[in-house]
Design a binder for this molecule. Structure first.
Ligand SMILES: NC(=O)C1=CN([C@@H]2O[C@H](COP(=O)(O)OP(=O)(O)OC[C@H]3O[C@@H](n4cnc5c(N)ncnc54)[C@H](OP(=O)(O)O)[C@@H]3O)[C@@H](O)[C@H]2O)C=CC1
Ligand SMILES: CC(=O)C(=O)O
Ligand SMILES: [Mg+2]
Length: 554
């Protein structure tokens, strides 16, 4: 093949085909180019003589990653790799998911978002759409180099993990989530688009920061805000089609519930913090039955935190109890209690409660604090989604243990600095009895000679599989039933050795298989409910989904 050259620009730059290939992350193989490719593409001279396999490159990359001393350096290193050789980046992530995930996702992505403006890398990672672009969003979508987008994760940056309003710096979250779509479920990276909606920020430090990269104004609210989100969603559906999957991520709860209720019947979308988290937490509860002997319908749940995650999990648990027992959902909700920043959610507070809490405002006496609630209500399961670190203190966990042989203690707040307790604390204060999970990863703990593996109760076990299902069958809607089905599939995928270590989630090394199982279960439901647009239904659904999974290779 002859070597092509592009025309010479005013800078004197003339990019040869080989050079352009090496500068295109999805095409670049670095030393992985074969000698015949080097000849054919005009790469001679642009590379030293050595040749490496992808596996060699993965190994070298891991060695370099391990040499970096700070977590943030590891984050930057991996992001930079994505900018130069995306096949290698995804090969590293999918072969070393357990080791790498903390550096592209929680907890380190939290710090990266806080410093995103300083770390800005001068290359497009996704689309930044600001309210100054109103009226032009549809044409701006054309600026993204790939036209066939199937999955979008988008945020307005208002509630980034438990770290509050990060404005446009929240872009790190859609980028990290979509990296997991590919690494954990094999969604092709070219079909994924991260989006940051810049509607301003109310974080004064950002507004005062001369180097903040977003709009320097306070957040847009009300009708204008809704209209901006609507313009984006309608532009995306217009350009990419009705089965483009839109994942709401880390919106503040004053918008998240309203947006979800408005859009979930109209387009293919879901809110990961409400629905994905619900599925992963329900899966943990279902999986815990093997350890506690208690079925979901026999639990009494107490949530510390009654926001998106809390209300989402609570509603799905009530739905699961309804399915298991046939009791009306309203009855099932009576087994679920919640505390927010003002204490127990109960009837006497009805006048002040946000809408998403009302279903759980029971006729119970108000108590102001968590320990009193544990003493009065005697829950069998305690779920932390409060962003309040260390709130599951010794007294709380001892009280849970006094009332239960095997208390469920899920400390799901992210990042690590916001966890309600550490696994070490949960095991020590419960004398090894706690069935524990955390939102961010923790290392195994040895206590009294036994090793316990804290499961990562994170929606990362769910959303990649949801995305894979949606892409593979062309889903036109994502529903709460899908989340229930996903939870069941995840709970069934927990192997015995994990349960033996008190862990209710599968190995991360098996995440692609787990995501496939989740995807098959959801896709089957999409076909059963007429919400699939890839027709006719494949005879072997699993084989079909497997066939669309991206495997990084040269
Ligand atoms: N593990 C996982 O997969 C996921 C974890 N999360 C994590 O869960 C946490 C909460 O997220 P989300 O629900 O979306 O956030 P929200 O802001 O929607 O809700 C936070 C809730 O915590 C309550 N809260 C805050 N401070 C206190 C306090 N001092 N005492 C008692 N309650 C308090 C708030 O009370 P009030 O209502 O009165 O303001 C609110 O109900 C975050 O850290 C997030 O990272 C979220 C999604 C997924
Ligand atoms: C995991 C996640 O989605 C969150 O903490 O917001
Ligand atoms: Mg989130």
């Amino acid at each position: 093949m002859p070597t092509e050259t592009c025309s010479t620009s005013s800078s004197g730059f003339s990019g040869s085909m080989g050079y352009t290939t090496m500068k295109t992350p999805s095409l670049n193989k670095g030393l992985g180019f074969t000698y015949s490719e080097r000849d054919a593409l005009g790469l001679r001279g642009l590379l030293p003589p050595a040749k490496l396999t992808l596996e060699d490159q993965v190994e070298l990359t891991m060695q370099e990653l391990r040499r970096k001393s700070s977590a943030l350096d590891k984050y930057v290193f991996l992001q930079s790799l994505q900018d130069v050789n995306s096949t290698l980046y995804y090969a590293v992530l999918s072969r070393h998911t357990y080791e790498c995930m903390p550096f592209v996702y929680t907890p380190v992505v939290g710090e990266a978002c806080q410093k995103f403006s300083q770390l800005y890398r001068h290359t497009p990672q996704g689309l930044y759409l600001s309210i100054d672009d109103r009226g032009k969003l549809r044409s701006i979508l054309d600026n993204w180099p790939v036209q066939d987008i199937r999955a979008i994760v988008f945020t307005d940056g208002e509630r980034i993990l438990g770290l509050g309003d990060q404005g446009i710096d929240g872009m790190g979250i859609p980028v990290g989530k979509l990296a997991l779509y590919t690494a954990c479920a094999g969604v092709h990276p070219s079909h994924c688009l991260p989006v940051a909606l810049d509607v301003g920020t109310n974080t004064q430090d950002k507004l005062d920061d001369p180097f903040y990269i977003g709009l320097k104004r306070r957040r847009l609210t009300g009708r204008e805000y809704d209209a901006f989100v609507a313009e984006f969603i309608e532009a995306a559906v217009d350009k990419y089609g009705k089965s483009v999957m839109l994942q709401f991520e880390d919106f503040g709860n004053s918008n998240a519930f309203r947006l979800l209720h408005h859009w979930q019947e109209k387009v293919c979308c879901f809110n990961d913090d409400i629905q994905g988290t619900a599925a992963v937490a329900l899966a943990g509860v279902l999986g815990s039955t093997a350890l506690t002997g208690t079925a979901v319908e026999d639990h009494r749940f107490l949530f510390f935190g009654a926001g998106e995650a809390g209300a989402g999990i609570a509603e799905l648990i009530a739905y699961a109890i309804h399915v298991e027992t046939g009791k009306p959902v309203e009855e099932c909700r009576k087994q679920v209690f919640m505390l927010d920043s003002k204490g127990l959610v109960c009837k006497s507070r009805l006048h002040e409660l946000q809408h998403h809490k009302i279903n759980f405002a029971h006729d119970t006496e108000h108590v102001a604090d968590l320990l009193s609630a544990v003493k009065t209500l005697k829950p069998t399961a305690l779920v932390g989604v409060s962003t309040l670190p260390k709130s599951f203190n010794q007294a709380v966990i001892e009280e849970m243990s006094a009332n239960n042989e095997r208390p469920i203690i899920f400390a799901l707040s992210n990042p690590t600095s916001k966890a309600e307790c550490t696994p070490e604390e949960a095991y020590r204060w419960s004398n090894g009895a706690a069935v524990f999970a955390s939102g961010s990863p923790f290392e195994p703990v040895t206590f009294n000679g036994k090793t316990y593996v804290p499961g990562q109760g994170n929606n990362a076990y769910i959303f990649p599989g949801v995305g894979l299902a949606a892409v593979a069958c062309g889903a036109t809607r994502i529903t709460d039933l899908d989340m229930y089905i996903a939870a069941k599939a995840l709970a069934e995928a927990v192997p015995k050795d994990r349960l033996d270590a008190s862990c209710v989630y599968p190995h991360l090394r098996d995440i692609r298989d787990v995501s496939l199982k989740v995807a098959v279960a959801i896709a089957a439901n999409k076909y059963a409910t007429g919400q699939a647009s890839v027709l006719p239904k494949p005879v072997d659904l699993e084989a079909h989904i497997r066939s669309v999974m991206y495997e990084p290779s040269y």
